[in-house]
Design a protein around this ligand. Structure first.
Ligand code: BGC
Length: 759
């Protein structure tokens, strides 16, 4: 389709009309020119295709579909292949349902455990979030269906989500909030990007040219179109000029008319509208060209796969005395309403109308010796004495008690944030009482974000099941009984308490202003720097077998930032059952002059191993792995120096490390003038040579005074003079240069120093 030609044939009104939706879920057609409409649908972890009575809050019913694990769980798999496969499966479902774009993945950074939408997001770490998004996008798009990475940008809270202004400094944006989107765009080229509701540094994301054009298109090479989050448009004309092509949903023609008027009045060049329409139509026709009329989907098969996927995402947080896995001969009590009604997805626009939901009790009773007690009611926060008593009695007469606990629906959802990090009080109390009656108490957690666990020491094992999709209930049973060996890792830190979180002091901001004052120190970057104890660290997750990492090797000890570094590390299954380990690679600058995190995740690999089997994992690191964002040059920069390459099983369980020296090929600009400090200049060999006469001058002047002050001349060494002068600006020579100082000579020196900066 020659889209450019097509656009030329359109009237201004037709073009403007294409820049907003027809309704909640379709782009507009142009019948006169046979331009088709395209349907989009939420997402991200399954189809929420709504035909009639559409809404963007997950209230009205959508078609029966399969709910896969939510983003919080998928990221815990640390498994690129799995994400790709989930994407492919969803992409195929989209083909069968004639959808052009599925709205996801949602990939904002988890700044605080309180964000109501954390369950949809991947991680506190931008590298992990980016890798997960790339695989998801590639998977969906391999089926000829588009994605919409969202919510761009800095939308890490639900509190006042449509008006809040995320105030973030340049380096933090570049190192924490942009990189996951950057990776997804550069490596997977999503068909669309969804801009968020909030403002970023004073400008709505929907009209933020820096984000939508300068960074997204010009720097990263984004080729698709940007659509607004539902109702995120503020000023439509500003928006289209800034790079927002499609307004969603419809604005009933109001904003289309504003575009027309702005063109007619000369305020908006018509070419801007042409380009926007071209970008939208390129994707609409991509959808048409990739359409597979005969695609079918098999709900049962996808459900079975969602069960496999859910098991891959679960994180075994604790397993004292190997209480897990359970065995067939044990009498086991399943306690808690979640055992019958698992919480497997979150509320809001991602809410899937699941065609079936597995529950752990039904799954287990026919295979194992399992009895059930309700223990608590999901609609009550406080302990129910009767239910608790029944549960405690059952626990006391069982070999093992498994309490299914976590956050009820109302606790976390799109649209609002949590105000605390606690589970319902009644559930906490029940866990304590059950643990008092049976020392083999296991807790299975359903939650989309970390919770405080004041009962953690009382129980023998904890399985973090996150929100694992409609088959979570059966997948939990697979993991509890060792049919599946847990292999998930935490994609976020579980702090001991909410107040420990780095964003705690500023999270809700003041009115509409939220300052991201913790800067680059999100999640483990903060806890590590402060050497704080946490409940469970980023990257943590146990297995029913054990692994050993060894033999870390680098192909070079010294390299420039233009070269690649190859890292190899061995991982061995040292236990007695099949399992998977995530080998995590972190980089730690050793003596940086820049304020940096202690270490940052730069790669990982999930490895499947039989007992006794050993494999070598290979990582390739480029300069970006060592770089920080330098705000002077507004670019990435690698500081020359030594770095530790760390391989570990979690961010706090590093098994081996090796040092490497990186030489930067780029020199940073130097600006030397009379306010430059001696100490800084002396670190520059060229400048240092020019400064010697000044140092002698100061030394003579000081020792001249020394005689008067009856301090021995010898006591004033060169080193002492330099130490005293370290923090003195050059202009201090006028005061302390003594009688030999001459302003003309000094001016000449300043010129020579300035020339170094320009050379
Ligand atoms: C959400 C988006 C969603 C859209 C359409 C908005 O409220 O923020 O994530 O895709 O609605 O349902």
């Amino acid at each position: 389709m020659d889209v450019k030609k097509l656009v030329k044939e359109m009237t201004l009104e037709e073009k403007a009309s294409l820049c907003s939706g027809m309704d909640s879920w379709h782009t507009k057609p142009v019948d006169r020119l046979s331009v088709p409409a395209m349907m989009v649908s939420d997402g991200p972890h399954g189809l929420r295709k709504q035909d009639d009575k559409s809404d963007h809050l997950g209230i009205n019913e959508s078609i029966k579909a399969v709910c896969f694990p939510a983003g919080c769980a998928l990221a815990a798999s640390f498994d690129r292949e799995l994400l790709r496969h989930v994407g492919e499966t969803i992409g195929n479902e989209c083909q069968a349902e004639d959808l052009g774009v599925i709205l996801g993945p949602a990939m904002n950074i988890k700044r605080s455990p309180l964000c109501g939408r954390n369950f949809e997001y991947f991680s506190e770490d931008p590298y992990l979030a980016g890798e997960m998004a790339v695989s998801h996008v590639k998977g969906v798009q391999s089926k000829g269906v588009g994605t919409s990475i969202k919510h761009f940008l800095a939308n890490s809270q639900e509190h006042r989500r449509m008006s809040s202004d995320s105030r973030i400094d340049e380096r933090t944006l570049r190192e924490i909030y942009l990189p996951a989107f950057e990776k997804a765009v550069k490596e997977a080229q999503p068909w669309t990007v969804m801009c968020s509701y909030n403002k970023v540094n004073g400008t709505y994301a929907s009209e933020n040219k820096t984000a939508l054009t300068d960074i997204l298109r010009d720097e990263w090479g984004f080729e698709g179109f940007v659509m607004s989050d539902w109702g995120a448009v503020n000023d439509r004309v500003k928006g289209i000029r800034a790079g927002l092509e499609l307004e969603m949903p419809s604005s009933g023609g109001i904003n289309d008319k504003k575009i027309v008027d702005a063109v007619k009045s000369g305020e908006l060049p018509e070419e801007v509208v042409d380009v926007a329409v071209e970008r939208i139509l390129n994707i609409v026709y991509k959808y048409i060209e990739n359409r597979q009329e005969n695609a079918v989907w098999d709900k049962e098969a996808d459900h079975a796969f969602s069960r496999e996927a859910a098991a891959e995402c679960m994180v075994l947080l604790k397993n004292d005395n190997n209480v897990l896995p359970l065995n067939k001969t044990q009498k086991v009590a399943f306690i808690g309403e979640f055992a019958k009604k698992p919480r497997y997805q979150g509320g809001g626009s991602s809410h899937i109308n699941s065609f079936c939901v597995d529950n752990s009790v039904d799954e287990a009773v026919c295979k194992y010796q399992v009895s059930y007690a309700k223990g608590y009611s999901l609609d009550k926060d406080v302990i129910d004495e009767e239910l608790a008593k029944e549960a405690v009695n059952l626990a006391a007469e069982s070999d093992v008690a498994v309490v299914f606990a976590g956050l009820p629906d109302a606790y976390e959802s799109e649209g609002y944030d949590r105000s605390h990090m606690k589970m319902p009080q009644g559930q906490e109390e029940l866990i304590r009482r059950v643990a008092g009656a049976n020392k083999n108490t296991v807790v299975v957690l359903y939650n989309g974000s970390p919770v405080e666990m004041p009962w953690e020491k009382d129980v023998a094992a904890i399985l973090e099941a996150y929100l694992g999709g409609q088959a979570a209930g059966s997948a939990v049973v697979d993991v509890l009984y060792g049919i599946k060996n847990p292999c998930g890792k935490l994609p976020e830190t579980f702090p001991l308490k909410l107040e420990d979180n780095p964003s705690y002091l500023y999270y809700f901001g003041e009115k509409d202003v939220t300052e991201y004052r913790e800067g680059i120190f999100t999640g483990y970057r903060y806890y590590d720097k402060k050497k704080m104890d946490v409940l469970y660290p980023f990257g943590h997750g146990l297995s029913y077998t054990t692994f050993a990492l060894s033999n870390l090797k680098l192909d070079k000890e010294k390299l420039t930032d233009k070269e690649m570094l190859k890292v190899t590390v061995d991982v061995e299954n040292t236990g007695d059952c099949f399992g998977k380990e995530v080998v995590q690679l972190y980089i730690a600058p050793k003596e940086s002059k820049i304020i940096r995190p202690v270490k940052e995740l730069k790669d990982f690999e999930k490895v499947a191993l039989n007992p006794g089997e050993k494999k070598t994992v290979v990582f390739e690191l480029d300069s970006r792995a060592f770089a920080y964002w330098n705000t002077e040059i507004h670019d990435w920069h690698v500081e020359s120096g030594a770095y530790d390459i760390l391989a570990g099983q979690s961010s706090r369980n590093i098994a081996c490390s090796k040092e490497v020296y990186i030489q930067s090929c780029n020199t940073l600009p130097k600006h030397y003038d009379e306010n430059s400090l001696f100490g800084d200049l002396l670190e520059d060999e060229q400048a240092k040579a020019l400064l010697e006469p000044l140092i002698t001058m100061v030394k003579q002047s000081v020792s001249g005074n020394a005689e008067e002050d009856s301090v021995s001349k010898e006591a004033i060494s060169d080193d002492m003079t330099k130490a005293m002068m370290k923090y003195m600006p050059l202009r201090g020579m006028r005061s302390f240069g003594g009688t030999t100082f001459k302003e003309e000579d000094f001016q000449k020196l300043l010129q020579e120093l300035a020339a170094i900066g320009k050379s």
